[in-house]
Write a protein that binds this ligand. Structure first.
Ligand code: NAD
Ligand code: TYD
Length: 350
């Protein structure tokens, strides 16, 4: 039996990781530690909340004392660290919050793990979940590999890069048993509708403008969230100490092509005349420092650990759109209150 701490488990990716671990490993105790910011939602975990191996802890990783107390109390064996501020546009408006959560919060967790493990690292692991955005931007050719130099451009990616460096520094300096993975853009159920795909599904549903930044030519490499959770499971169990693994599905889309596919599928699903939703496309001021292209080479993970994505994009995006259309209560709930204020600030004067 292991006590596994998952941080950020009420968020988008974290909730899929918690679900996978709670169901697949009944012999382990899974602790979901989350501050429940605007992005955290316990409703995402309704189906597992009564399982006897699931525990929720409401806490803030920025509060070092609280984190140290919790580690002393529960004596976690392993950490899977996903808690973060995760949206690039919010990082442009409020960089310091990203430094606090993503950098200071990560160092607090590293300190607490080091403190309770006391150099006895048998069966211990600190797994840090990161992003491909730390590598910066690609031109039209090439892919990010594990040895690509870090070159972050947004406050979000700079804070994630910094936290990655701290995790490696704790391995090199104190011998802390760590592993890191850097994943491409995720999509799927339960993603907060500030990110491109759920935001646009919600806007199409309400016949609201679809705000495309710049010319819509930026490229992202999209992976279905459950495939990311499966990769995290594989890396957690089989990844080598101190190593980094890139995760991605070789699924590149320009934003505008992706948006047109979504419009077409939603016209069909909503019974609208073909071409109706595309008329909502509105080109708006570009994001500052907007990275042109992300694309992951995940050959190391595929060859060494045997992970492959399970879903083709066509199937994944259709399942995703169905999920949001079948869970409109979830969308209505998370887009009430503070969301409206955020939306005004982000888009109305754009
Ligand atoms: P999210 O914003 O949906 O969820 C983040 C979660 O962290 C929320 O539940 C929030 O309440 C919690 N949290 C935030 N601040 C906290 C704090 N101070 N203390 C405790 N909990 C706190 O994010 P996500 O998209 O699920 O991303 C999860 C992780 O995966 C992040 O580390 C992110 O950098 C990384 N990642 C995301 C993507 C993506 O496409 N979304 C891709 C690669 C990597
Ligand atoms: P996003 O989902 O915010 O992920 P990231 O910036 O971390 O890759 O954005 C994905 C792409 O979509 C990115 O190129 C920015 C673009 N985008 C828009 O064009 N309009 C929007 O309203 C949003 C949120 C994103």
């Amino acid at each position: 039996m292991k006590k596994i701490l998952i941080t950020g488990g009420a968020g988008f990716i974290g909730s899929h990781v918690v679900r996978l671990f709670v169901n697949k490993y009944p012999q382990h105790q899974i602790y979901n530690l989350d501050k429940l910011t605007y992005a955290g939602n316990l409703f995402n975990l309704k189906d597992v909340e009564k399982k006897t191996n699931y525990h929720f802890i409401k806490a803030d990783i920025v509060d070092g004392e609280q984190i140290m107390d919790l580690f002393n109390l529960h004596q976690f064996d392993c950490v899977i660290h996903l808690a973060a501020e995760s949206h690039v546009d919010r990082s442009i408006s409020n960089p310091l919050e990203f430094v606090m959560t993503n950098v200071v919060g990560t160092v607090n967790l590293l300190n607490a793990a080091r403190h309770i493990w006391q150099n006895d690292y048998e069966g211990k692991r600190f797994y840090h979940i990161s992003t491909d955005e730390v590598y910066g931007s690609l031109g039209t050719q090439g892919f990010f590999t594990e040895s690509t130099a870090y070159d972050p451009h947004s406050p979000y990616s700079a804070a994630k890069a910094s936290s990655d460096h701290f995790v490696r520094a704790y391995h090199d300096t104190y011998g802390l048993p760590i592993v890191i993975s850097n994943c491409s853009n995720n999509y799927g159920p339960n993603q907060f509708p500030e990110k491109l795909i759920p935001l646009f599904i919600n806007n199409i549903r309400h016949n609201k403008p679809l705000p495309v930044y710049g010319k819509g030519e930026n490229v992202r490499d999209w992976l279905y969230v459950v495939d990311h959770a499966r990769a995290i499971d594989v890396i957690f169990h089989k990844g080598s100490d101190g190593e980094t693994y890139n995760i991605g599905g070789h699924n590149e889309w320009t934003n505008i092509d992706l948006i047109k596919v979504m419009c077409k599928i939603m016209d069909e699903k909503l019974g609208r005349v073909a071409g109706t939703s595309e008329q909502l496309i509105t080109y708006v001021k570009d994001r500052a420092g907007h990275d042109l292209r992300y694309a992951i080479d995940s050959e190391k993970l595929q060859k060494e650990l045997g992970w492959v994505p399970s879903l083709q994009f066509e199937e994944g995006i259709s399942i995703t759109i169905d999920w949001y259309l079948n869970n409109q209560d979830w969308l209505d709930e998370v887009t009430s209150g503070n969301y409206l204020k955020y939306y005004e600030e982000q888009y109305v004067s754009r």
